[in-house]
Design a protein around this ligand. Structure first.
Ligand code: IMP
Length: 490
C-alpha cells in the first residue's frame, strides 16, 4: 500500500450530532397527528427510547418504568446470574393484569373471620380466595361478606360467611374476556381456576385498568423484558442452567460488547442463539462493512436477530476513542449501518446508542436512519437509576460510570465487554451527573423535543423522519446554534 496521503485527505467526514442540522421540511399535518412510535423487530414501542445496559442506569426499577412509559430499559449484566434472575423476574411480574398463583392471598375455610380482616387491612386487599386442604378453590371472602350489622364479628369462621358461588375464569383467558365477565358479574375479582379446581391466579378489576396505556408489553400483557448478555457461551453446566432459567423471563437479549465485529464474539453468539430461544439484538458495531458481514456472512438464527445496535466512542462516560484511537460516533455509525440494512435486510431495527446530550439529538439520529435510540446519560441522574443521591456543593447528584471504568470493572463480570485480557487500560470514567427527578419527566422532555423536531422537519412518523434532509454545519454555524451575544454566562 502506498496511498497514505489519500487515506487522510479523501475520506468522508466522521460527523456526529453537533456537526449536523435537519433542514426544515413542509408540514401538512397537525401536531396531534405526529406518531413517534417505532418497532424493535416484532415488538411495538410507543416511545422509541431505551435506557442503557449499565450498572448505574438500568436495573429492575428503571426497566419497569421505561416499559410503563412506552420505552424499554435494557438491564445490565455486571452482576451474578442470581441477581440477573431476580431483576428479570421482577420486571416480568410487574403490573401484569394477572397475579400469579403464588402471589394470591388465600385462606382456609376453617380460619376465623378475624384473620381475614387482619389480612385485608394489612395487605391492603379487599378480598381473599378460600382454598381447602386439597388446595382447591371452595369460595371467596370479601369485605362485603361481612354483614354490615355485624362488623365486629370476631369468632365466626370463614366457611360460614364466604361466597361459595365463585365466578371464575379459565387459565389463558384474554384481557377482553376477563373484562366482559367482570362487567357482567359486577365483581371486582376473578380467580383463575383450572379444570381440576386448582387456583392458577387472580385478575382484579383495578389491575385491568390501563393506567399506563402506552406501556411496552409482550403478547400476554406482561411488560417487555430485555437483558444484556455476554457473547461468550458459558462453560459450566451450572451457568448454562442459570441462563436457561433467566431466559424464561427475557424477551430480548442484547449482546453487550464495545465492538462486536470480532470473530470470537460472533461465534460465541451463534452458539448462544442455538442454545437460547429469545430474540437477540447484536452490537455494538460502527460501519457499513460490519453490518454487511453480520447480516450476510454469519450463521445466526436469522429470524431471531431483530436489531443492530450502533455507536462506538460517543458515550458521555466513554474513553475508548481517547485510549485506542478507534471510534465510530453514533450519528456516523447510524448512517453507515442504516444503509447496510437497506441493502441487505430491511426487517432489522437499528438502535443508535450513546452520545445524546440534548433532546434535539434524537430527531437527528432518526433522520440518519435509526429506529430507536439508547441513552445512559439522560437517565443516570433519575430517581429510578440504581445508586444513592449525593450532594456536592449543595447540588443533588448521582454517580454515573462507564462499564469500562476502573470502578465498574472491579466487579469482575464484564471483562469480555472490551478487549479480553486487557487489564490496565480503562475505556470509561466514573463521575457525577445532576439528579433530575423522575424518569417520566425526562421522557416527557425528550418526547417533546422529538415530536417538535419532527413537525419542523415535516415528518409525521419515525419512518417518514428517515426522509428528512441533513446538512453539515460549519464551526461558526455551530457557535450560532447556541445562545449567543447576550450579557452574562450561559
Ligand atoms: P451516553 O448515553 O452518551 O452516556 O452513552 C451510553 C452508552 O455508552 C452505552 O449505552 C454503551 O453503549 C456505551 N458505554 C457504556 N459504558 C462505556 C464505557 O465504559 N466505555 C465506552 N462506552 C461505554
Amino acid at each position: 500500500m502506498s496511498n497514505f496521503r489519500e487515506k487522510i485527505h479523501s475520506k468522508e467526514l466522521i460527523a456526529t450530532f453537533d456537526d449536523v442540522l435537519i433542514l426544515p421540511g413542509f408540514t401538512n399535518f397537525s401536531p396531534a397527528e405526529v406518531n413517534i412510535s417505532s418497532n424493535l423487530g416484532k415488538y411495538h414501542l410507543n416511545l422509541p427510547i431505551m435506557s442503557s445496559a449499565m450498572d448505574t442506569v438500568t436495573e429492575e426499577l428503571m426497566a419497569i418504568n421505561m416499559a410503563l412509559h412506552g420505552g424499554l430499559g435494557v438491564m445490565h449484566r455486571n452482576c451474578s446470574y442470581e441477581r440477573q434472575l431476580e431483576m428479570v423476574r421482577i420486571v416480568k411480574r410487574a403490573r401484569s393484569f394477572v397475579i400469579d398463583d403464588e402471589h394470591v392471598a388465600t385462606i382456609s375455610p376453617k380460619e376465623g373471620v378475624a384473620k381475614a380482616k387482619f389480612m385485608m387491612e394489612n395487605y391492603n386487599i379487599s378480598g381473599i380466595v378460600v382454598v381447602n386442604e386439597d388446595k382447591k378453590v371452595c369460595g371467596i371472602f370479601t369485605k362485603r361478606d361481612i354483614p354490615f350489622f355485624q362488623q365486629d364479628i370476631q369468632n365466626g369462621t370463614i366457611k360460614d360467611y364466604m361466597t361459595t358461588d365463585v365466578i371464575s375464569i379459565k387459565p389463558g383467558a384474554s384481557r377482553k374476556e376477563a373484562l366482559k365477565i367482570l362487567y357482567e358479574s359486577r365483581k371486582e375479582k376473578l380467580p383463575i381456576i383450572d379444570n381440576n379446581g386448582y387456583l392458577k391466579g387472580l385478575i382484579t378489576k383495578k389491575d385491568l385498568a390501563p393506567e399506563f396505556p402506552l406501556a411496552t408489553k409482550d403478547e400476554e400483557g406482561h411488560l417487555l423484558c430485555a437483558l444484556a448478555i455476554s457473547p461468550r457461551f458459558p462453560e459450566s453446566s451450572q451457568a448454562q442452567n442459570m441462563l436457561k432459567e433467566i431466559e424464561k423471563y427475557v424477551d430480548i437479549f442484547f449482546i453487550d460488547v464495545a465492538d462486536f465485529f470480532k470473530k470470537d464474539d460472533i461465534e460465541g453468539t451463534v452458539k448462544l442463539m442455538k442454545f437460547l430461544e429469545s430474540d437477540f439484538v447484536l452490537g455494538n458495531i460502527g460501519t457499513y462493512q460490519a453490518a454487511e458481514y453480520l447480516i450476510s456472512k454469519c450463521d445466526f438464527v436469522e429470524e431471531r436477530v431483530i436489531g443492530l445496535k450502533v455507536g462506538m466512542g460517543s458515550g458521555s462516560i466513554c474513553t475508548t476513542s481517547i485510549q485506542t484511537g478507534v471510534g465510530a460516533p453514533t450519528l456516523f455509525a447510524t448512517a453507515q449501518v442504516a444503509d447496510a440494512i437497506q441493502d441487505y435486510n430491511k426487517k432489522l431495527s437499528l438502535i443508535a446508542d450513546g452520545g445524546f446530550t440534548k433532546p434535539g439529538d434524537l430527531p437527528k439520529a432518526f433522520a440518519a436512519g435509526a429506529d430507536l435510540i439508547m441513552s445512559g446519560h439522560f437517565f443516570a441522574g433519575t430517581e429510578e437509576s440504581p445508586g444513592y443521591i449525593d450532594t456536592i456543593a449543595g447540588r443533588k447528584v448521582k454517580v454515573y460510570r462507564g462499564m469500562g471504568s476502573k470502578e465498574a470493572r472491579t466487579f469482575g463480570y464484564i471483562s469480555d465487554r472490551y478487549i479480553e485480557g486487557s487489564k490496565m487500560l480503562t475505556e470509561g470514567v466514573s463521575n457525577y451527573v445532576p439528579y433530575v427527578g423522575d424518569v417520566a419527566r425526562v421522557l416527557a422532555t425528550l418526547k417533546e423535543g422529538l415530536s417538535n423536531g419532527m413537525i419542523y422537519a415535516g415528518a409525521k412518523s419515525i419512518k417518514n423522519m428517515k426522509d428528512a434532509q441533513l446538512g453539515i454545519v460549519s464551526v461558526v454555524g455551530q457557535r450560532e446554534t447556541q445562545p449567543h451575544d447576550l450579557i452574562g454566562k450561559f
